[in-house]
Ligand binder design. Structure first.
Ligand code: PHE
Length: 455
């Protein structure tokens, strides 16, 4: 598997931006705010930060070292490092998880395109909060429009993935990530200066611990895995394209810090904005699609050009954040098919795009036309989200920490952390301790507790 002509990222910055591009996405700007809103605000954020530091960082380093050492995408990495064992299932489950996430994630990513169009054609003008609630409901349950956007979004992802690692993934990430930061900062300044914004800031900063229960822990842990793109070998696959000199621990720290910062900044856009116009923060998945257009109208309606520019900017930001993530999800499955089944990259990518459009159709329709068909009380969209984020990713993380902490030779782990002895690697003992004991116990406890076995 360790082919010498394996594709590689061209630069250190490219590595950080592509990995951060995978991590930063709808998870930060769409999912993080509504999960925070559903779980009571600041207290959820504290538990979330704990999960990022204690579980996210060590597991990200693990994924990096598994990917770089095996020089294989996640689907093949475990068979390379643990030949003839059942560990290969960690990779395979990861590929399946990525496939399922890509299917429902692209539905929401498609919504961002509709909203760019609506914003740009001035359709938000003169609407009230209730109008926005109604128009989002009408759009997301429309049987056709969201499907067209779903296909457009997946095809755009497809073309970038087909271009390959350096000319596709790296080039586009380097272009899009800086643009995203600039847009984000402008919008934070606008949101926190709205009248009444302080209530939203308080919601983000003053924890109410009476709200912390088992659900908060499961929600925060799932969100941490989802937002950092962990538990399914996505970053492991990217790490297989890292150079020998890449400092894995430092890269993990940068990626986690960027990801967390973007989520918190998104919070500083959404909550001040929501509170200032009296929209409840626990509105759920529709939060950014209702709150934001309303805010732009209420706050800048007097200057219609400004309202128009800011709303277009926001949804472009969401689309950009989403596509750097869909690229990484797509890459995991494409690389697996390409490497394991010897398909050409183009053929593999076409298969992934086609199947995800197919599954995405079910996810999208489950929010409207086929609402009444549910399993465990959830439609396809919610079921995919729950099963992947709250179960499959943490479970993948559990297996990855056991694999690195207990199975993998300590020599390999040390070599990867210290780049063959050229770095100090002072985090090594802490890393092993967390991977061996803390992460497996914490993840199992939260999963078992919340899935009801202890009740
Ligand atoms: N991290 C991405 C986001 O926050 C989603 C994602 C999850 C991407 C898992 C890759 C793997 O939007």
């Amino acid at each position: 598997m360790a082919a010498n002509n394996r594709a590689n990222f061209g630069s250190k910055l490219g590595i950080i931006l592509a990995s951060a591009g995978s991590a930063v996405g709808l998870g930060n700007i769409w999912r993080f705010p509504y999960e925070t809103g559903n779980h009571g605000g600041a207290a959820f954020i504290l538990v979330y930060l704990g999960c990022v530091i204690l579980l996210g960082l060590p597991i990200m380093i693990s994924e990096f070292l598994i990917g770089r050492h095996s020089q294989a995408s996640t689907g093949g990495a475990y068979s390379t490092l643990a030949p003839g064992t059942q560990w290969k299932w960690v990779g395979r489950i990861g590929v399946l998880t990525g496939f399922l996430i890509l299917s429902y994630y692209s539905v929401v990513a498609g919504w961002t395109l509709e909203y760019i169009l609506q914003a740009a054609t001035n359709s938000f003008a003169g609407k009230s909060a209730n109008d926005f609630i109604a128009s989002f409901g009408a759009f997301s349950s429309n049987p056709w429009r969201p499907l067209v956007w779903l296909a457009v979004f997946l095809l755009a992802t497809h073309f970038i993935v087909v271009k390959g690692v350096e000319k596709g993934i790296e080039k586009y990430s380097k272009l899009m990530m800086p643009a995203l930061f600039v847009l984000l900062l402008i919008l934070v300044v606008c949101a926190v200066t709205l009248p009444g914004a302080n209530k939203g800031i308080e919601f983000l900063l003053a924890p109410d611990f009476s709200k912390v229960n088992g659900k908060v822990f499961l929600g925060a842990m799932g969100q941490a895995f989802f937002s950092l793109s962990l538990g399914m070998g996505c970053l492991g696959t990217y790490a297989s394209y890292f150079g020998k000199n890449t400092n894995l621990a430092k890269t993990a720290l940068s990626v986690s810090a960027i990801d967390t910062m973007v989520a918190i900044l998104a919070g500083f856009i959404i909550f001040p904005a929501a509170f200032s116009v009296g929209i409840q923060p626990d509105t759920g998945p529709s939060l950014v699609f209702i709150t934001l257009p309303n805010v732009f109208q209420q706050a800048f309606g007097g200057i219609p050009v400004l309202a128009l520019i800011l709303s277009v900017m926001f949804y472009v930001l969401l689309a950009v954040a989403a596509i750097t993530s869909t690229i990484s999800l797509h890459e995991v499955v494409t690389a697996y098919l390409h490497e394991q089944f010897k398909m050409t990259r183009k053929k593999a990518a076409t298969f992934v795009t086609g199947s995800c459009i197919f599954l995405g159709i079910f996810c999208s329709l489950s929010l409207g036309k086929t609402k009444e068909y549910t399993l465990f009380g959830m439609g396809t969209f919610d079921l995919f989200d729950f099963a992947t984020t709250k179960i499959m990713l943490p479970f993948g993380g559990l297996l990855i920490s056991i694999f690195t902490g207990w199975y993998l030779s300590k020599k390999i782990v040390k070599e990867e952390i210290t780049n063959q002895g050229t770095l100090k690697g002072s985090i090594y003992p802490y890393l092993i301790f967390i991977l061996k004991y803390i992460a497996p116990v914490a993840i199992s406890f939260i999963l078992i507790n919340e899935l009801g076995f202890l009740e």
